[in-house]
Design a protein around this ligand. Sequence first.
Ligand SMILES: [Zn+2]
Length: 516
Amino acid sequence: MNATTESDRRDETAREARLAQVLDRSGFVLHPASRAASDAADWAMARTPAGARLLIVAAVPQADLLDDFDGERGEHGGEPFLVGPLTARNAAALRCHLRWLEPRPLPPATSAGFGDRLGLATPGHVRALRAVGGTITPVFAQQSIREMTRTARSPQAVIDDATWGSFEAGWQAGQGADADHLKTPGDITACAAAGFTMFTLDPGEHVNRDADSAPPGALREAWEALPWDRLEDSPAAMRARLAGRAFDIEGQAVHLDEGTLLKAAVKYGRAVAHVTAMYRHLCAVIGGRPFDLEVSVDETDTPTAPAEHIFVASELRRLGVRWASLAPRFVGRFEKGVDYIGDLAAFDADIRVHAAIARVFGPYKISLHSGSDKFSLYETAARHTRGLIHLKTAGTSYLEALRAIARVSPDLFRSIYAFSRGRYEDDRASYHVSAALASAPEPGGIADADLPSLLEDFHARQVLHVTFGSVLTARHADGSPVFAGTMQSILRAHPDVYAACLERHFVRHLRPFAGR
Ligand SMILES: [Zn+2]
């Protein structure tokens, strides 16, 4: 069903009038972009004093569809309607009736992942996508298990918040849903059940960080000790298959001599075995539903050499794994919330060869993790990947939420910032950041009007970036949230301020990738 054709066919004026009548009766304000029409009903979202509500006016012969939803039923002029809360059941029913809201696998073309820790960012992400043109497929629902734990969100809540945000903004052009940085089979099972369509496997804990510097004797020992049974392989067979081979990567030869093979296998062999086991588990639990697999080793210590990328790709392929994107660990530093730190020429050469390997062994996409705020890399990344790229951002939407809060509620922002400074030394442990607390300005000395500019300060920005979990889960003695509830109600009360912050920031991310 095509919504535009459908709405053209229906009597626009009559539909308008019906929704207006429902709205009048309830005193609601419609989100105009949310209005949608199907054969069976007219759909919209409204802002009300009690929060956002789903409105459905059903065609009389289709009145039964309202049974799929929770809410208050009514009738106007003989037409049944429902005013419902934004519950999980209603989100699931809405995805069934308006299929464009349902996450699905991504096309083999440029895509972008937008993390959303507060669950309110999708309308702003949509504005940015529309501003740059509609050639980038979005992933609105995207969160790692680590972040879900830190923000006390469930996989289902992550999916549902993106459903409501897409519905509110009228985004009908398709979307994926990325269960990011999954480390265990249990993570996969939970996210598959919630309806995710993209599964990012992170075998980082199985990457041998000592391989790059190990002396030959230790390397040989580690090679012998690889999990050969799980690799369905033997040292002799792997050596015969790969040692001494030269791979033609679009005219450039990459050699896998014996020493290079040993190092690649020791560094990534256990990761290959882990990804294979995770992939097979995913295939078993997803029940035939199509999905995208991403393999990501971005959060490891040393860069992925071209020969190592080839090793991983050829071995995963041998083991029957099928993937849509791969995130190598690139050269340089990809710190949270700030631009690339490193040699731009070295990155250029690095992504050039990784993109070529992805075309030869796939084609699959190169995924750029910690992709937010890496403004100096986007042109290069877009050029070398020729559209086969996934840009993944996560925390930068939270920082834009803080910018919006700094504008409309300086006191709240000031107390969040003070709290974050107090948490930084503990919270930074699991992140790649280098901000120094002493260099992050003291909250007391900053005028209200200058607070948003803290989001431009390298040190303050990283301090705010990595402390989101502590901020969002901080509780008073009585169990009530210290910040999270107030933050959300302020963002809900000023949706245009937040969406404008997101649009401005994300246009800068997306524009270099648009239209390729
Ligand atoms: Zn990552």
